[in-house]
Write a protein that binds this ligand. Structure first.
Ligand SMILES: *Cc1c(COP(=O)(O)O)cnc(C)c1O
Length: 467
């Protein structure tokens, strides 16, 4: 019996010429050793900046490429330098040219220069909980809290937690108890914010009971009145911040809810979502903290990184007694913000207008001028660029249905991928650029791009077109 034939049906396959294998054996001997590569002055410098682990990983990847025959052994050091990450953290700076001013996937509100400086100043040791004059312990984040209180005089007290979701969890936990575990809320306001984050699930996980009233499109004052009783902890109103229901609808405003609450001795908690502290002339449908409190809400919750234009944070504003109950609850410690957030929040509240505020207010003619200037430069470089009139949106951060006139640089669709992740982006020399695709063109909407980034944007487009 010919075993060879049955067990090795194609014996000659093993010996067939395989360039990869031959080269493997050959190059394994000549691939430079790790310790020699790490002594390259460029990699020594990189190690000081990035740390040993990241540099070694880049060296390892370059050696592997040499073993696989993709590069010559003499090119390994150069390849390792090219493989180095731009920074120790992998987050890549992005120019948000989507025309969505507050884009959750792109880090929501970009911070002002003042906020960035405040973060840098607080990054080392700082007096976040310390009084430098007396040398004694002090109230944590007093500067940020005072700035928030000054910005909304209608609030008797304020607090800051990790985000708006944390603010709601804290309210639902601290304001309910075994005797009064029910939160009365309209079915039209049980919303999903995004990424499967559903407000009713969040509230229910605190142990509170949701007492849903009304229907998806209509809820009346009588619905709330019928549902409130001795087991009610508070009445919750939520701003449906990312959709709009039109047609046969009705909702109950804060003044009416506050009156009902007053009659039953119940606070009204209002999740306004976007974090507008005062009314905004361009966003008449968007609730704000000052008006909500004046209308009788006992507690307002909001995000810091939507229309307020600051860092991720949850703002709590309202009656002193309620805010105290929240801040003294043990859970508050688990939801507290770090010094970097406090620094950025204070600078956002006290410093120059935030990039989001400026983007909202930008004059359409100014946006067209910027687009025109960019297009002239790009055409000079031989790139098929045009100006396009567009509509920008506030985004998941608020003002659903509102669009703002804007201008975009229209480019060939083929530039979308290199703009998101070309070589210069990977090396950290240029930010990534994210726009939107429309009718076979890539639109870079300038309302969501701070004007001081225009030059970088043009440089990034040029690099993408060359690459
Ligand atoms: C965005 C939003 C939230 C969630 O806020 P985070 O700060 O992301 O936790 C909650 N409620 C409303 C109405 C919102 O718009």
């Amino acid at each position: 019996m010919d075993l060879t034939a049955s067990h090795y049906p194609e014996p000659c396959e093993v010996f067939r010429f395989r360039p990869g294998i031959v080269r493997d054996v050959d190059s394994r001997r000549t691939v430079p050793r790790t310790d020699l590569l790490l002594a390259d002055p460029r990699l020594v410098a990189a190690e000081r900046r990035l740390g040993r682990a990241l540099v070694k990983a880049a060296v390892g990847r370059a050696q592997q490429r040499a073993r696989e025959g993709q590069i010559e052994p003499g090119q390994v050091a150069d390849a390792a330098v090219a493989e180095l990450p731009a920074r120790a953290a992998s987050l890549t700076a992005v120019i948000n040219a989507t025309g969505v001013l507050v884009h959750t996937n792109l880090g929501r509100a970009p911070l002002s220069g003042a906020a960035v400086e405040a973060i840098a100043a607080a990054a080392g040791n700082c007096d976040v909980e310390f009084d430098l004059a007396s040398g004694a312990r002090a109230r944590r984040g007093a500067g940020a809290l005072d700035a928030l209180a000054r910005a909304v005089p209608a609030a008797e007290a304020v607090a800051v937690v990790n985000n708006n979701a944390a603010a709601l969890v804290l309210a639902a936990t601290a304001l309910t108890g075994p005797d009064a575990a029910e939160i009365v809320v309209s079915r039209g306001e049980l919303i999903e914010i995004g990424d499967r984050f559903r407000l009713p699930d969040l509230l229910a996980c605190t142990g509170a009971t949701l007492r849903e009233v009304g229907t998806t499109n209509r809820t009346t004052a009588a619905d709330y009145a019928d549902a409130t009783g001795p087991r009610t902890a508070f009445i919750l109103k939520v701003h449906p911040s990312n959709f709009r229901i039109e047609g046969f609808t009705s909702a109950v405003g804060v003044p009416e809810l506050a009156e009902l609450g007053e009659a039953h001795g119940l606070p009204v908690v209002f999740d306004i979502g976007s974090g507008l502290l005062a009314p905004h002339p361009l966003l008449p449908g968007e609730p704000d903290a000052a008006t909500a409190l004046q209308d009788g809400a006992a507690l307002v919750t909001a995000s810091g990184d939507k229309l307020l234009g600051g860092p991720q944070a949850g703002l709590l504003l309202g009656r002193a007694g309620l805010v105290r109950r929240l801040t003294r609850h043990p859970l508050a410690r688990a939801l507290r913000v770090d010094k970097l957030t406090l620094a950025a929040l204070e600078a956002t509240l006290t410093g120059p207008a935030s990039p989001v505020a400026k983007a909202l207010a930008a004059d359409p003619a100014f946006l067209s001028d910027r687009a025109e200037r960019a297009v002239v430069l790009l055409r000079d470089a031989g790139i098929d660029a045009r100006v396009a009139a567009t509509r920008a949106a506030v985004g998941g951060g608020g003002a659903p249905g509102v669009t703002l006139p804007s201008a975009a640089v229209s480019l060939p669709e083929s530039l979308a991928a290199p703009l998101r992740g070309g070589d210069a982006v990977r090396r950290g020399e240029l930010p990534a650029v994210v726009g939107r695709l429309e009718a076979g063109r890539l639109l870079l909407d300038l309302r969501s791009v701070p004007p001081e980034l225009d030059e970088l944007l043009v440089a990034a487009i040029r690099a993408a077109a060359q690459g």
